[in-house]
Design a protein around this ligand. Sequence first.
Ligand code: NAD
Ligand code: AKB
Length: 320
Amino acid sequence: MQLIKPDRVILVTGACGQIGTELVRALRERYGRPCVIATDIFPERTSFFEDGLYMFLDVMDGSAIRKIICERGVTHIYHLAAILSANGEQNPKDAWEINMNGLLNILEAAKNNHVQQIFWPSSIAVFGPASTKNYCPQDALPDPATVYGISKLAGEYWCRYYHDQYGLDVRSLRYPGLISHSAKAGGGTTDYAVEIFHKAISDGTYECFLRENTNLPMMYMKDAVRAAIELMEASLEKVSKVNSYNVAGMSFTPLELASEINTYVNNFKITYKPDHRQRIADGWPYFIDDRQARADWGWMPQYNMFTMTRDMMAKLRKNR
Ligand code: NAD
Ligand code: AKB
């Protein structure tokens, strides 16, 4: 019997992280389980991906990336492996190496081995103190103040370089803080908006590492995963030559989120003890202007703070 070759083979790096755990599930639902290879640096965490292929892949190892692409016939890559903003500040050189060399290894292997498309997430961390704070435009002055933000900005330019010089179809979104119920947040400055739900349910209290009035852009993971897939499926002529698209979901402060959680958890108490992450948050925009993504490929968020909180509470309570 002749084997039917799938029309795409998708490689996901950093698949055990906050985005990867939900993205792999969504990609498998959409394109079929055998089409998606989940990879990360945890050899033992195969239970995450029992329904399909999981492999060890360190993105610092360029020859291992090439080997997987060639042996498996990879056509599409979602490159998620990275060190996030708060963790990056603890060890800036390592964060730079992983974020930058990891991306370059992926771009180089993709260019030389006929990979058709790459998705690479950038971040609102490309913006900083000198950037526009309110409705930060697509082409606002970037001013990254963390090694993470610097690596994201440089990454955006590397992606554009590989597109312009070698015709590589690399697509990118500047995600705000992402909120999900299925995985822990991975060492970022916006992590409070995930931790607060777990603590509200388990303890009825939460000590927040940001001040009560720190307004930041956020997005529910369901929207974030859908945005990545929609951007990748958009026809080429709809994707203008921006380095990475601003995308927005909602914006709120810890005080506003806590008061919404209060409607689900009686007597929920939040206290505030700002730490080193406050400085990072203070540099980021409050709101993101994502009109270009909406106009170009039809981006539209579906969750606001109220519907996201309702879904988070329901899912977390069910999981317990
Ligand atoms: P995460 O920290 O939860 O997951 C990252 C994964 O990368 C982890 O599972 C980790 O084990 C893996 N990893 C680290 N070093 C690696 C290496 N050398 N080789 C292979 N894998 C390695 O992060 P996330 O939240 O899932 O973020 C994924 C991507 O999305 C990152 O590029 C991040 O910058 C970007 N992003 C995330 C957010 C957010 O709020 N979560 C916002 C903006 C952008
Ligand atoms: C972080 O806080 O580092 C991430 C991000 C906005 O990129 N959530």
